[in-house]
Write a protein that binds this ligand. Structure first.
Ligand code: PLP
Length: 463
């Protein structure tokens, strides 16, 4: 019998997060303010607590995880590293496929790994209320859970199409005591402006971010801050606990360095969480193929240029150096709600520019086929976002079979899909189809950002 799971005791939970920023072969470009000059950390203070801002700009490689946070993380961490022996057998592949199972968290995904940390740092600084946006509801439910643990109020702006299609995550948020409204809403100037122009809009993460930031910075009590579930450096760093645990567990499985590391990427956090600790090995000479995956309907990394762009539609955020489809992009209503953001984390974008990561895009139908094959071999029903990683895993496992190579593939199983069964139902009824973003549409979104500052392309040419 082949071993199917590698479990770490709680005493082995990593005690520091890994920060990739100081190890990047070429340094990150800074975020810019409205005057096109780099922003100072103080300018972020009305939005985030100082503890997180310090992490955002830190050049320390290792950052200690406070004991109280470890205590909360141990409710579900360390998560299992599992081996997909049944999928391997079905595919008749010589590849060994391992996955970090982040679906075991209370909210069902990797998102609580940073949500509890953000809630904790805000609480330390006397903040009483957090606002945020959510796509499919994974992030909103993770923050609602975390705020309920720490006694904070939580307000979630949920992209309207998901609010309507996915009532169960909204009910999860309510159960954890959060208030959740569809975005665009009448509650903010940003929301009202969009509704006036596009009353039937399905909404987008870019719109919901504008609303959540506006509510945080306009609270006259000064006790509200905003919380982001991906994209920013500190969020990606909190997720590195995934890859740091995975390294210890691969050693338990007598594996050394993996050949391929895969994660789906919306804003980039679960991918980075698994991949960044392995990228450190790659920067130091190891041969690892690192693959972030995305939908062809929202091809940020594979077709979006590396540009300075806003994180939201109302242009309230700093300009970030990132792969982007343009901040006015309104994605088609595909079911992987968490992969429909127009931008990609600057840290992930820089690894792509450098050639350290090689993104791939997958069509919706291939992703559902892969998800169903996964459920029928491995058992767990995956989130539609996660199916974009599984599609790549299956492709790599078949390639290993063709090449006759014993590859070690590791991926992040970012969440279960038990709240996303409506998408599966539509797939079985034949109501879904593939969607590739038409070039003319993409060009219109890109024209809207053509006048923004252009980032310098920094790369060593080593990869
Ligand atoms: C299950 C799942 N996986 C992946 C993602 C993508 O987000 P990120 O790129 O930040 O990991 C999401 C976002 O909501 C998600 O819910």
């Amino acid at each position: 019998m082949k071993q199917q799971k590698y479990i770490l005791p709680e005493s082995e939970i990593p005690r520091q997060w890994y920060n990739l920023a100081p190890d990047l072969p070429t340094p990150l470009l800074p975020p810019l303010g409205p005057d096109a000059n780099p922003i100072s950390p103080e300018m972020l203070a009305p939005i985030f607590p100082m503890g997180l801002i310090e992490q955002e700009v830190s050049q320390e490689r290792w950052i200690d995880i406070p004991e109280e946070i470890l205590d909360i993380l141990c409710r579900w961490r360390p998560t299992p590293l599992r081996r997909a022996v049944h999928l391997e057998k079905y595919l008749n592949t010589p590849a060994r496929i391992y996955y970090k199972d982040e679906s075991v968290s209370p909210a069902g995904s990797h998102k609580p790994n940073t949500a509890v940390v953000q809630a904790w740092y805000n609480k330390q600084e006397g903040i009483e209320r957090l606002t945020t946006e959510t796509g499919a509801g994974q992030w909103g439910s993770a923050l609602a859970f975390s705020c309920s643990l720490l006694g904070l109020e939580c307000k979630v702006f949920m992209v309207r199409i998901s609010f309507e299609q996915k009532p169960f995550r909204r009910i999860m948020m309510q159960t954890w005591g959060a208030s959740c409204v569809p975005s665009p809403s009448e509650e903010t100037a940003a929301g009202r402006a969009v509704l006036e122009k596009m009353p039937d809009t399905p909404g987008s993460l870019g719109i919901a971010i504008s609303e959540a930031v506006e509510q945080a910075v306009t609270d006259p009590s000064g006790k509200t801050r905003y919380s982001l579930g991906s994209v920013l450096n500190h969020v990606l760093m909190h997720q590195t606990i995934i890859g740091l645990e995975a390294k210890k567990q691969l050693a338990l499985a007598s594996e050394t360095v993996p050949d391929v590391v895969i994660g789906c990427a919306g804003g980039g956090s679960n991918f980075s969480g698994l991949a960044f600790p392995f990228l450190l090995d790659k920067i130091n000479g190891a041969e690892i193929e690192v693959i972030p995956t995305e939908p062809t309907a929202c091809p940020t990394m594979t077709r979006g240029p590396f540009s300075y762009d806003f994180g939201d539609i109302a242009e309230t955020t700093p300009l970030l150096p990132m792969h982007s489809l343009g901040h006015t992009f309104v994605p088609p209503p595909i079911h992987a709600g968490g992969l429909r953001y127009h931008g990609m984390a600057p840290l992930v974008s820089q690894t792509i520019v450098e050639g350290l990561s090689t993104p791939r895009a997958y069509n919706q139908m291939q992703c559902y086929e892969s998800a169903v094959l996964w459920a029928q071999t491995e058992g767990v029903i995956c989130a539609p976002e996660t199916s974009h990683a599984i599609a790549a895993v299956i492709e790599q496992a078949k390639l290993a079979r063709e090449e006759g190579k014993e590859k070690v593939i590791v991926f992040c199983f970012s969440g279960h899909g038990l709240m996303d069964l409506v998408g599966y139902e539509k797939y079985f009824k034949g109501e879904l189809s593939d969607f590739s973003l038409p070039q003319e549409d993409l060009q219109t979104y890109l024209d809207a950002i053509a006048n923004l500052p252009q980032p310098e392309i920094r790369k060593t040419g080593k990869w």
